[in-house]
Design a protein around this ligand. Structure first.
Ligand SMILES: NC(=O)c1ccc[n+]([C@@H]2O[C@H](COP(=O)([O-])OP(=O)(O)OC[C@H]3O[C@@H](n4cnc5c(N)ncnc54)[C@H](OP(=O)(O)O)[C@@H]3O)[C@@H](O)[C@H]2O)c1
Length: 241
């Protein structure tokens, strides 16, 4: 069985990616932090469409929790192997640098970079040994161009881009690809507090994107057809960036 782990898959972009990968034949491991009812709804939606999914909750900013969850999963699934990893979970805590608290700086960095390190570090050996693997890191246009009020978020997402490029070169010969997807404004809970009417004026396409549009790109990057694409950052931002 082919397993795909999607972090932050209870809602938003992660949920759409989980549904897409399930349609593409993967058994999806739905990671989330605390919103069990949303995660269960994602699982149910996948199963209703004939797909397979399991819940795998842990906090991506907690290295010990990640090790415990992945080790328990492996013990419960002997001989099985996770061949797709989508590092999607992320948070924003916007504020101008002069007002930014230490906590907002560290929480945003930790969620993105610790999650990337601990999960990827745990799974990459299996992908290398199997000579099969896809890693997609969900960064942001904010990490590509920088956005005011997001020094923490831009730093975290830019770190993910650097890690994507470096790791892709380490594992390309082992048939493991590593790419980053950089969305612009996508309609999810994360952007629900933003002034959509005002922001739309700054987007060449004149609208927010949908989670399913990001999921379609991730689905392609995880397919066999994308075997020769690695180390790339692909913007999906309606012309921004
Ligand atoms: N929406 C956008 O416009 C946009 C643009 C560019 C990039 N992105 C990036 O795309 C990714 C998904 O964004 P979204 O808009 O779908 O976000 P969202 O609607 O706020 O959903 C966030 C998801 O991440 C999970 N999560 C948050 N912190 C976590 C943690 N510490 N451990 C495990 N799971 C955690 C949440 O789980 P719970 O349900 O348990 O809370 C939820 O499933 C993020 O990395 C974000 O930075 C989003």
């Amino acid at each position: 069985m082919d397993y795909a782990l999607v972090t932050g898959a209870s809602r938003g972009i992660g949920r759409a990616i989980a549904e897409r990968l399930a349609r593409d034949g993967y058994t999806v491991l739905i990671n989330y932090q605390s919103n069990t009812s949303a995660a269960e709804a994602t699982k149910e939606a996948i199963e209703v469409s004939g797909g397979k999914a399991e819940l795998l909750p842990f906090d991506v900013s907690d290295g010990k929790a990640i090790e415990t969850a992945l080790t328990s999963w492996e013990e419960a699934h002997p001989g099985e192997h996770i061949s797709v990893l989508v590092n999607n979970a992320g948070i924003r805590r916007d504020g101008l640098m002069v007002f930014m608290s230490e906590e907002d700086w560290h929480d945003v960095l930790r969620t993105t970079t610790e999650g990337f390190y601990y999960i990827t570090h745990h799974l990459i050996g299996g992908m290398i040994r199997a000579r099969k693997g896809r890693i997609v890191n969900i960064t942001s246009i904010s990490g590509v161009t920088g956005l005011p009020g997001q020094a923490n978020y831009s730093a975290a997402k830019a770190a993910l881009i650097g890690a994507t490029k470096a790791l892709s070169k380490e594992v390309a010969a082992r048939k493991v690809t590593v790419n980053a997807v950089a969305p612009g404004f996508i309609a999810t809970d994360m952007t629900a507090d933003l002034d959509e009417a005002e922001l739309k004026k700054t987007i060449p396409a004149g609208r927010f994107g949908q989670p399913e549009e990001v999921a379609a790109l991730v689905g392609f990057l995880c397919s066999d057809e994308a075997a020769y694409i690695t180390g790339q950052v692909i913007n999906i931002a309606g012309g921004m960036g």
